[in-house]
Design a protein around this ligand. Structure first.
Ligand code: HEM
Length: 580
């Protein structure tokens, strides 16, 4: 009944040579795409295995659908192989390309399975009719027919025989968690939570006891456990470790396990205060589409045995019940792997972000609006050790308006190559991404996270907030050795926002996480705003490039504020140009 997401299966991988990865494209596992990247030749080999005797189409799309997609259409009829490189300008028969850039390697139709193997360059340089496979998310569309076409073109598919899903084609696979006799596992799962049907957004917390150990151990990786059938509502989760103190000691947490066995609403003012104030050290973060984490061989998360008691954890699940469905019960969570075979370094997570706040106020009907957050040089100077830290993976997180995301790095008056970039960010596919090589961060570095958002289909302004219809802009940076900086965030001036939108007396209702302006909801006040005469360009410039107020902190409750930060005045990093 519970399962670990099956999206990407690692078939074989020897030091990034022969790294076959695969993903089922459709919900019924009828179309499987496998691929292997040859970095030296800058080529990818694809295998398509489809449970049909009819035609199959697989395409790369910049639009999320048929529009502007680069499509391969293939079938075998009467022993004759049909294979063509095509493109679609809209929802119609894909047009055969003038230049055929896909090389057919193999094809067969056996026992109801149609198989094709083919190869293409990562960049075919066919700028108008092929898709340029970039670093980051690629959206793949598929369609198939149950029978072979009568002529040279496929007939229109049923709307149940087509779809889209995202994959990371060029990233190295996460790899497997090395499991030997020293490795044990523990699950932290939601306690059969009845997901409310009265709200689309629910943050539900549950308390958990860590493994009982008698000597230091480390977590070496984790896997998401998403309850089958609930894939669409389990949106993201975070696992926090609780710090024991005199008041919130082991006895206190043991009592919470009993009193709140079914969990509690995370942001309810009546929720247990110790769970809010003492459980702040982020250990795992996961979002929809992800698989989990595998830490590098030289690092793990410490579970030190410093007292006689086990550690306690808070699991915060974000449910997004967009259809207000009744009767959903959820037990999703995370499977943690730990060992006493200690690695030399401890892993840490640094969150570079714009805080979740109404300062992230995005006007409606905008094709592209950029939200940014900076981890200021003052923050990194104070906490990162002289010898630096090593970043090995990053999770980008924004909500439904997110289209592109980038984590930038500024050092000594220059911009370094981006830490991570994704030109096709997909809210439904948020995977912790392994960097192709580890990157160093040094004291004085500035990390800037940029979220390129689109509100072109929205009539109402979008505010920073917890619901998936609100926005966030966050980069979760996994690194070693651990240091005590947990958050490097920044937001534009609230006074400026108040002045532009005429806000007075802004308050937040902690119960509902809503912002109020006097006695009116902020989103309702914005409904009456005169967007027609709004100077969007100068607003965007000020919000993006103007002074930000920096926050740097070990955890969200001990924030050091009052740091002023903005983009440094340096020459921007330029990606190497396409070789076309
Ligand atoms: C004779 C060839 C084709 C015709 C006439 C055609 C036509 C259409 C039409 C009318 C729709 C909208 C109705 C619906 O949602 O089902 C559609 C949607 C779709 N088609 Fe096709 N199609 C063809 C081939 C393909 C191929 C080869 C692929 C995949 C490689 C594909 C992928 C999709 C996808 C993913 C959608 C939903 C997203 C979107 O709206 O664009 N189609 N197609």
């Amino acid at each position: 009944m519970l399962y670990v997401p099956r999206f990407v299966v690692f078939v074989a991988c020897l030091q990034h040579v022969l790294c076959w990865q695969s993903a089922f494209l459709d919900p019924n596992d009828r179309i499987e795409l496998s691929w292997d990247v040859d970095d030296v030749a800058a080529e990818i080999t694809f295998n398509v295995s489809a449970k049909t005797n009819g035609w199959v189409g697989v395409g790369f799309t910049p639009s999320g659908g048929m529009k502007d997609a680069d499509i391969i259409v293939m079938w075998i009829a009467d022993g004759e192989v049909h294979f063509s490189d095509r493109h679609a300008t809209r929802q119609q028969v894909p047009i055969v390309d003038e230049v055929q850039n896909y090389e057919l390697l193999d094809a067969s139709e056996i026992g109801g399975t149609t198989f094709f193997s083919f190869r293409r360059s990562i960049d075919t340089c066919d700028i108008t009719q092929d898709y340029f496979i970039e670093d980051g998310t690629s959206q793949i569309i598929y369609a198939f027919g149950e029978t072979d076409p009568a002529g040279n073109d496929p007939s229109q598919h049923l709307n149940t025989n087509r779809g889209v899903r995202s994959v990371l084609l060029l990233d190295a696979p996460l790899g497997d968690i090395p499991v030997d006799e020293t490795v044990k596992t523990i699950e932290f799962r939601s306690p059969s939570v009845p997901v409310p049907s009265t709200a689309d957004t629910t943050y539900w917390c549950s308390m958990h006891r860590g493994p009982v150990i008698d000597k230091p151990h480390q977590y070496i990786g984790n896997k998401a456990i998403v309850q089958k059938g609930n894939e669409n509502i389990v949106h993201h989760y975070a696992l926090y470790e609780c710090e024991l103190n005199e008041e919130h000691n082991a006895e206190y947490f043991e009592q919470l396990l009993v009193d709140y066995a079914g969990g509690f609403s995370c942001y309810d003012p009546n929720s247990p205060i110790g769970a809010l104030t003492s459980c702040q050290s982020l250990r795992v973060v996961w979002a929809t589409g992800g698989i989990g984490d595998v830490y590098p061989a030289e690092a793990g998360y410490p579970i030190h045995k410093s007292t006689d008691s086990p550690l306690y954890y808070k699991l915060e699940m974000h449910y997004d019940n967009a259809a207000f469905e009744d009767g959903i019960v959820d037990s999703s969570g995370v499977l943690m792997y730990y060992t006493d075979n200690l690695r030399p370094h401890d892993v840490g997570i640094l969150v570079a972000a714009m805080p979740v706040l109404y300062a992230q106020l995005i006007p409606p009907g905008v094709e592209e609006f950029v939200s940014v957050g900076h981890a200021a040089p003052e923050c990194t100077a104070k906490y990162i050790p002289e010898e630096g830290i090593n970043v090995f993976s990053i999770l980008h997180h924004s909500h439904l308006a997110g289209r592109r995301m980038r984590t930038r790095l500024f050092r000594n008056g220059a911009e370094e190559p981006w830490l991570l970039n994704d030109n096709h960010y997909d809210f439904n596919y948020q995977q912790t991404r392994l960097l192709s090589e580890e990157r160093k961060l040094y004291p004085g570095d500035q990390i800037t996270v940029e979220c390129y958002l689109s509100t072109s289909n929205r009539k109402k302004a979008t505010l920073g907030g917890l619901s998936t219809y609100d926005e966030m802009c966050e980069s979760f940076i996994l690194y070693y050795p651990a240091m005590s900086l947990g958050f490097g965030e920044s937001h534009p001036s609230l006074e400026y926002i108040h002045e532009i939108f005429g806000f007075e007396n802004v308050t937040m209702n902690i119960d509902t996480m809503e912002y109020w302006v006097g006695d009116q909801l902020m989103e309702d006040v914005l409904l009456d705003f005169d967007w027609g005469n709004f100077d969007l360009e100068s607003y965007q410039n000020r919000i993006r490039y103007g002074e930000h107020f920096g926050i740097c902190a070990a955890n969200v409750l001990e924030a050091e504020e009052g740091i002023i930060v903005s983009y440094p005045d340096v020459e921007e990093y330029q990606e190497p140009p396409r070789q076309c």
